[in-house]
Design a protein around this ligand. Structure first.
Ligand SMILES: C[S@@+](CC[C@H](N)C(=O)[O-])C[C@H]1O[C@@H](n2cnc3c(N)ncnc32)[C@H](O)[C@@H]1O
Length: 196
C-alpha cells in the first residue's frame, strides 16, 4: 500500500497553537482580518463571554468578515478599520492590559487589491505591541507569505526581530513549510513576564 503523507496546512498549525492556550472568556486579537477566517475561528474559541479585537486597514475586508460572522451568532468581535500599528493605543483606549493570543496573517487580501499589503514598519510595531500585551502562556502566531514583492523582506525582518527576543521570557518556533516558496509560520509564546 502506498503511504500518503498529509502535510497539515500552516493555517491549521496556527489555529492548533492558539487553541492550546485560548479558552472561553479570553481576550484575543486578529491583527489582519482579511476574509475573516481567523476572526471567525477566534470568535468561536472565546465564546460569548470573550472578546476579539479585529483589525484590517481595508474596510472592505471588515465588511466581508462581518457578514461571515453574522451567521455565527456571536457578538464578541470589535472591529477596527485601521492600521494594526495602532494596536497599543487601541488596547489602552479599550482598557485592556492583557490578551491571550494575537494572530497575524500577512500579505494582501485574497481576491482584493494586491497593492495593499502589510509592511515591515507597521507589522513590527504591531508585533511589538502584541508581545507587550501578551499574558504569560499567551501565544502570537504570524503567517508570513514570501511570494509577493516585499514579502520575503518582511518575513526576514520579523525573524530578525523575534530572534532578538530574550529567551528568558519568550519561546519562538519557526516553521518554513515544505518548499522554499512556502509561507512561514512564526509562533511566539510568552513564558514569563518581562515587566517583573
Ligand atoms: C492575507 S490577508 C488576512 C487573511 C485573514 N486572516 C483570513 O483569515 O482570511 C491580509 C490582510 O491584511 C490587511 N492589512 C494590510 N496591511 C495592514 C495593516 N497595516 N493593518 C491591518 N491590516 C492590514 C489586508 O488588507 C488584508 O486583508
Amino acid at each position: 500500500m502506498q503511504k500518503v503523507e498529509i502535510m497539515p496546512q500552516l493555517t491549521d498549525l496556527a489555529h492548533a497553537a492558539v487553541s492550546k492556550v485560548v479558552h472561553k472568556g479570553d481576550v484575543v486579537v486578529d491583527a489582519t482580518v482579511g476574509n475573516g477566517h481567523d476572526t471567525t475561528f477566534l470568535s468561536e474559541l472565546v465564546g460569548t463571554e470573550g472578546r476579539v479585537l479585529a483589525f484590517d486597514i481595508q474596510s472592505v475586508a471588515i465588511k466581508q468578515a462581518l457578514e461571515r460572522l453574522r451567521n455565527s451568532g456571536h457578538q464578541n468581535v470589535t472591529w477596527f478599520a485601521m492600521d494594526h500599528a495602532h494596536l497599543a493605543e487601541v488596547l489602552q483606549e479599550e482598557g485592556i492590559s492583557e490578551v491571550k493570543a494575537v494572530m497575524f496573517n500577512l500579505g494582501y487580501l485574497p481576491g482584493g487589491d494586491h497593492e495593499i499589503v502589510t509592511r515591515i514598519d507597521s507589522t513590527l510595531k504591531a508585533i511589538h505591541a502584541g508581545l507587550q500585551a501578551l499574558i504569560v502562556n499567551g501565544v502570537m502566531t504570524i503567517l508570513a507569505y514570501i511570494g509577493h514583492p516585499g514579502g520575503l523582506d518582511e518575513a526576514e525582518a520579523i525573524e530578525t526581530f523575534l530572534n532578538k527576543l530574550n529567551p528568558e521570557f519568550y519561546e519562538t518556533q519557526f516553521d518554513y513549510g515544505n518548499s522554499p516558496k512556502s509561507p512561514r509560520l512564526l509562533i511566539v509564546k510568552k513564558t514569563a513576564d518581562e515587566r517583573r
